[in-house]
Design a protein around this ligand. Structure first.
Ligand SMILES: Nc1nc2c(c(=O)[nH]1)N[C@H]1C(S)=C(S)[C@@H](COP(=O)(O)O)O[C@H]1N2
Ligand SMILES: [Mo]
Length: 350
């Protein structure tokens, strides 16, 4: 880390927690352990008066209650969500924002109604280019007051797996995860999954809201337009073995065979390989992948580690079917996005 974190970063970190890494052992993250990222305030919503407005370039604008949405066809998908800023603090000089290390991730079973049939019912206008998703939350970022809203290109919005989700792990959405309704776009970084949805608007021009135009771009300075952040790059995490030191979270492990357990994911197709290093990334060995490779959720893996006495640095890295991997170091960008460098843990074996 370059220097100490600021009080403002600490304030954000205390509001938005990460996944306790031991929960990597759970294929489905309990809702209370799923990471959280809330830019502004959690809005107060009365589900009886709440309505979703579907409008813009559509032939028949719709106004839907939660009941209307719950009676439509439903689909449940396990989906891994990861904040695009995961790893930000490990990419100095860091951008001042939520100071994530490696744990801004979680996997829930999201239940909702598919978006595409709803848009088809509303009747897309000829000039439809993008779909804008607007949340109920409003605040100021970068000096600009705005609702939290993001858009998707029409093709991305019309994919089968895109859901308007009203349940998480079989329960109504917890308020912090978007009650009563959120967007789920499997494979994409967290910012895409707009929470507390109030409106879906079909537009004919590229959407230029703050969270689209300004935030979530890979660039080295504000003057460069940069590339928008979209799908998740591959990443793998392991549940840290042994027992932790309270203060620095380093691990103590007994010498001998030690089963490492982890999960890996990517927004560009299934994970095809996971490797582990116990010498700080000098040498690597293949982990065993679980047979089950869910399309949009992390894939489990195990590695039988022979823990030899001394100090070790454990790392793991994943490769996806599209050939993307986890480089030893990722090129710096202004927002501290998409840092998928391998997870590291210091382990003392005795
Ligand atoms: N309306 C709204 N949606 C939002 C956000 C937000 O602040 N407001 N944060 C986004 C970001 S940056 C992330 S990483 C995910 C986090 O989802 P979670 O808190 O359910 O894990 O929600 C996204 N959707
Ligand atoms: Mo995020």
């Amino acid at each position: 880390m370059d220097d100490g974190i600021t009080l403002e970063e600490l304030q954000l970190a205390a509001r938005n927690h990460g996944l306790p890494l031991e929960s990597v052992r759970d294929p489905i993250t309990p809702a209370g352990l799923h990471y959280l990222l809330i830019h502004f305030d959690i809005p107060a919503v009365d589900p009886r008066s709440w309505r979703l407005q579907v409008g813009g370039l559509v032939e028949r604008p719709l106004e839907l209650s939660l009941e209307d949405l719950r009676t439509r066809s439903a689909r449940t998908l396990p989906v891994t969500l990861e904040c695009a800023g995961n790893g930000r603090v490990l990419m100095p000089p860091r951008s001042l924002s939520q100071p994530w290390l490696t744990e801004a991730v979680g996997t829930a079973a999201w239940t909702g109604t598919p978006l595409a049939p709803l848009l088809a019912e509303a009747g897309l206008g000829e000039a439809a280019l993008e779909v804008v998703f607007t949340g109920l939350d409003r605040g100021i970022q970068g000096g600009v007051e705005h609702d939290y809203e993001r858009s998707l290109a029409l093709d991305d919005a019309m994919r089968d797996e895109v859901l308007l989700a009203y349940a998480m792990n079989g329960e109504p959405l917890p308020v912090q995860h978007g009650f009563p309704l959120r967007l789920i776009v499997p494979g994409w970084y967290g910012m895409t999954h707009v929470k507390w949805l109030r409106a879906i608007t079909v537009v004919s021009e590229p959407f230029t809201g703050w969270q689209q135009e300004h935030a979530y771009r890979i660039h080295r300075s504000e003057d460069e337009p940069g590339v928008p952040v979209t799908r998740m790059l591959p990443r793998s995490l392991f549940a840290p073995p042994g027992i932790p030191d309270f203060f620095d979270r380093s691990r103590v492990v007994a010498a001998g065979p030690c089963m490492l357990e982890g999960r890996a994911w990517s927004g560009f197709g299934p994970i095809v390989r996971v490797e582990v290093s116990d010498d700080g990334g000098e040498t690597w060995a293949d982990a065993e992948l679980e047979d089950d490779a869910p399309e949009f959720a992390w894939r489990g893996w195990t590695f039988e580690w022979n823990a030899t006495p001394g100090e070790h640095e454990l790392l793991c890295r994943a490769t996806d079917a599209a050939g993307n991997g986890q480089p030893a170091s990722v090129e710096w960008n202004l927002g501290g996005y998409c840092n998928n460098e391998p997870q590291r843990a210091r382990v003392l074996v005795s």
